[in-house]
Design a protein around this ligand. Structure first.
Ligand code: FE2
Ligand code: FE2
Length: 169
């Protein structure tokens, strides 16, 4: 039997393809977080009206959390020997979270946030599945982030329900 060098898991030299694939998934996640920061910053600033106050405050808190997620993704990309991309590689996807026609349109923002969080939940679930048994450290990190996104979505679903109940959505 051949004596192999210590198993370094995802850092094994024959795991480089897998590592590159995970870096791609993490890079997409990184851009999703960055775009979410942009969208939430705009929405939390643009919204007008008494009814919007709660949503504005909630979004303002989320900006910090989403930026924290982006930082974690960046660090993990680096740890896996990837390169955190520059701004020229960014392309936007959140057409559903552009400023609404009327800045009192809280419901449009709530729906946009739910869609953004759902997109994140789907992509992060995929990363968790694809890192199963391959890269437990990335998987662990993404599980924690996924929980945050589930919490965000649940909160905004509650906001939407309130508007629906009042017949305003
Ligand atoms: Fe996030
Ligand atoms: Fe989120």
């Amino acid at each position: 039997m051949e004596t192999s060098s210590a198993d370094k898991g995802i850092f094994n030299s024959d795991s480089s393809d897998t590592r590159e694939h995970i870096v791609e998934l993490l890079t997409k996640a990184y851009w999703m977080e960055i775009e979410t920061v942009m969208s939430y910053l705009a929405a939390s600033t643009n919204l007008d009206g008494v009814r919007a106050q709660e949503i504005r405050e909630s979004l303002a808190e989320d900006i910090e959390e989403e930026l924290g997620h982006a930082k974690q993704y960046a660090v993990r990309i680096k740890e896996l020997y990837g390169v955190v991309p520059g701004s020229e590689e960014f392309s936007s996807e959140q057409s559903f979270l552009q400023p609404p026609e009327h800045q009192t349109d809280v419901v449009a923002v709530i729906r946009g946030v739910i869609e953004a969080e759902t997109g994140a939940i789907e992509h992060y679930t995929r990363i968790i599945e694809e890192t199963e048994g391959v890269d437990p450290v990335t998987q662990d990190m993404v599980i924690a982030i996924l929980r945050d996104e589930q919490g965000h979505r649940r909160l905004f679903e509650g906001f939407l329900r309130e508007y629906e109940f009042e017949g305003k959505a």
